[in-house]
Design a protein around this ligand. Structure first.
Ligand code: KG4
Ligand code: ZN
Length: 340
């Protein structure tokens, strides 16, 4: 059996990752080194710390991914690396490592768009699946809906007017005295809360031609719930917030209602019967359940990556990288990184 092994390298934000994937689908290995703990004390990603940490981890992580896959560099067909979007200092670490390895071994080098890779992740584990479909990317930096015509052909349909969904989770986590990253912590607390306990506003887009989100109204309502209306008042200590779990669950429900409503509407408008959901927030259990049932009620299918491939990883880079390599359009060692 011939193999077409691609090594994927990802370092766009605060995860240093490497993976080996065969022919865009079969996952041989996946290593992720998360910097979350290093950034937690600052309540968000510090670019200088991220860049330096990538530098010290990139080669051990790549070595680990090759060892786990039981292969050597010379077994590879190509190397794929995230070139955009992301923190420029972080992207450059992955790109430089990938260029060095590709040059040393005479391997083809392809650049991958981080968001396209998140979307591709949702297709990798599906037994049957066909383009075109709708794709929702919900992460710390993005809340966007695309029409996916193919793995490398995404057309932006709509996006958020303000915060990204993950950003809203992170800010609400701060209000509730939970750590960073906030999504998993809010989600855990929400499990013991009542999602209907607290009334929160849902953004209703007036657009009939494209999806549109907004999370600032929900966020402000949460602030008033926790702190009261007095802008000079300090945030109360977490233990004195009596209904924290209900607040977390109601917030999560409100965000899900907005995301699911807009996606189902957009899929029907575009005549698409599958909704791919990707990015860190796609780990969220309530979102997975709500999207699945409400899509099914309209005869649509929702597809998600396994949680490990929702957050930043290199499996999605190696997977989509195989398609990019096959398309034969990469500038190779002339590749450049770009923050946007
Ligand atoms: O895709 P990702 O790992 O990084 C970016 O490219 O942004 O997404 C990270 C985001 C963070 O905002 C984090 O709070 C959120 O995904 N997140 C979650 C959950 N797990 C991670 N949000 C809600 N529920 C979760 N279970
Ligand atoms: Zn991401």
């Amino acid at each position: 059996m011939s193999r077409e092994l691609v090594l994927g390298i990802e370092s766009s934000c605060d995860e240093t990752a490497a993976a080996v994937v065969d022919a865009g689908r079969r996952i041989l290995s996946s290593r992720v080194h998360s910097q979350a703990e290093m950034h937690a004390v600052y309540g968000g990603v510090v670019p200088e710390i991220a860049g330096r940490s990538h530098l010290s981890k990139i080669l051990p992580v790549v070595d680990g991914a090759l060892a786990d896959a039981r292969i050597e560099l010379d077994d590879l067909a190509a190397i794929a690396v995230t070139t955009r979007p992301g923190l420029i200092g972080s992207l450059l670490v992955g790109l430089s490592a990938a260029k060095g390895l590709a040059f040393a071994r005479g391997l083809p080098l392809v650049g991958v768009h981080h968001i396209e890779a998140h979307v591709y992740a949702a297709t990798m584990e599906a037994e049957s699946f066909e383009y075109p479909c709708l794709a929702l990317v919900v992460s710390g930096g993005h809340s966007s809906v695309y029409r996916a015509n193919g793995p490398l052909d995404l057309v932006l349909l709509g996006t958020t007017l303000d915060d990204a969904a993950g950003e809203a989770f992170d800010k609400v986590a701060h209000l509730l005295g939970l750590g960073y990253p906030g999504g998993p912590a809010v989600s855990k607390l929400a499990e013991s809360g009542n999602p209907r306990a607290i009334e929160l506003p849902r953004y209703k887009s007036k657009r009939t031609d494209a999806p549109e989100f907004s999370f600032s109204g929900i966020k402000t309502a949460m602030l008033y719930q926790v702190r009261g209306q007095d802008a000079r008042a300090a945030l109360p200590p977490p233990e004195s917030i009596p209904n924290r779990a209900d607040l977390a669950a109601s917030f999560e429900q409100a965000v899900c209602d907005v995301l699911v409503g807009e996606c189902v509407r957009a899929a029907e408008r575009e005549g698409l019967d599958t909704i791919l959901v990707a990015g860190g927030v796609a780990c969220n259990r309530r979102l997975r359940a709500e999207m699945t049932t409400r899509a099914a009620a309209r005869g649509l299918r929702a597809l998600f990556p396994s949680p490990a491939y929702c957050t930043d990883n290199a499996v999605m880079i190696a997977g989509l990288g195989w398609h990019a390599w096959k398309s034969g359009t990469s500038p190779g060692l002339a590749l450049e990184a770009a923050p946007r």
